[in-house]
Design a protein. Structure first.
Ligand SMILES: [Zn+2]
Length: 266
């Protein structure tokens, strides 16, 4: 099992791609969010991953930096299906609001010919809080992160009987999700900036965390490994070093601050 960090940036990223990642088991992929544009294809290409090999996509919420890349994927898949270059089906999972947006966007942006594959071969699957699905022969449970902004879901992905990956989306861990997230092998948590720079970046105004906050959550939740993402990007060269230095004061597991396109073996 491996995780490819396709993007690590926040919504206003210029130098990073927006936060999205791919979980890969053998040759099967589970894409989580698409970033904000068709740069998703460039990111995949740099990792030698064929976009056409992706069959499962999850969208956490409706913000542009997460959903627009998925619209581009839908367009490309619809085109490939129409010209018989793709034999399989594509499944896109999200909560009701996002599924409705995707459905309306398909009506608005796809040609009538392309749109024919929606519900026929591109399946828009509504997930509810606590729903479980079998995806790539792994159990995946989706949950409402109880965002104060827009409705957003996270998930728990079982690697095997004893190990799970938990993703909190792009907002801080909420106590109500403790039962899903506690004791994860891998925790994916946003960290907008260093705690020492919170006056400059004002993460709380955007409902985001500092590195310290994310690390304290991971420590409390007994996560074995912690991956931080969705960050500011003013000092990308030093980000890994600076975030790791601050984070290690509050978290004693294995801390990862990946760059775009970094691959993590799980
Ligand atoms: Zn975001």
């Amino acid at each position: 099992m491996k995780l490819t960090m396709l993007g690590t940036g926040n919504a206003s990223a210029f130098d990073c791609y927006n936060t999205c990642f791919l979980l890969t088991d053998e040759n099967e992929h589970f894409l989580v969010d698409g970033g904000g544009g068709n740069g998703i294809f460039h990111q995949l290409r740099q990792e030698n991953i064929e976009w056409i090999d992706i069959h499962n996509i999850f969208v956490t919420h409706k913000h542009m930096d997460h959903i627009f890349g998925v619209l581009w994927m839908i367009r490309m898949f619809a085109q490939a299906m129409q010209s018989n270059k793709y034999d399989d089906d594509l499944r896109i999972y999200s909560h009701r609001e996002v599924i409705n947006i995707l459905r309306n966007a398909c009506k608005a942006f796809l040609t009538p010919k392309q749109a024919k594959v929606i519900d026929d071969r591109i399946h828009l699957i509504t997930v509810h809080d606590g729903d479980r699905f079998n995806i790539m022969h792994h159990e995946v449970q989706f949950f409402d992160i109880h965002s104060e902004k827009d409705r957003q879901f996270g998930f728990v992905f079982e690697i095997d009987e004893n190990r799970k990956i938990a993703c909190c989306g792009d907002e801080p861990f909420n106590e109500r999700n403790k039962r899903y997230i506690e004791n994860s092998d891998w925790l994916l948590h946003e960290a907008f900036c260093l705690d020492s720079q919170k006056e400059k970046f004002k993460p709380y105004e955007k409902h985001h965390s500092t590195v310290k906050d994310a690390c304290e959550n991971a420590e409390k939740l007994k996560a074995v490994n912690l991956i931080l993402y969705h960050t500011e990007e003013t000092n990308l060269k030093e980000r890994k070093k600076l975030y790791s230095e601050e984070g290690k004061k509050y978290y004693h597991g294995n801390l990862y601050v990946p760059d775009d396109l970094e691959v993590i073996e799980m």
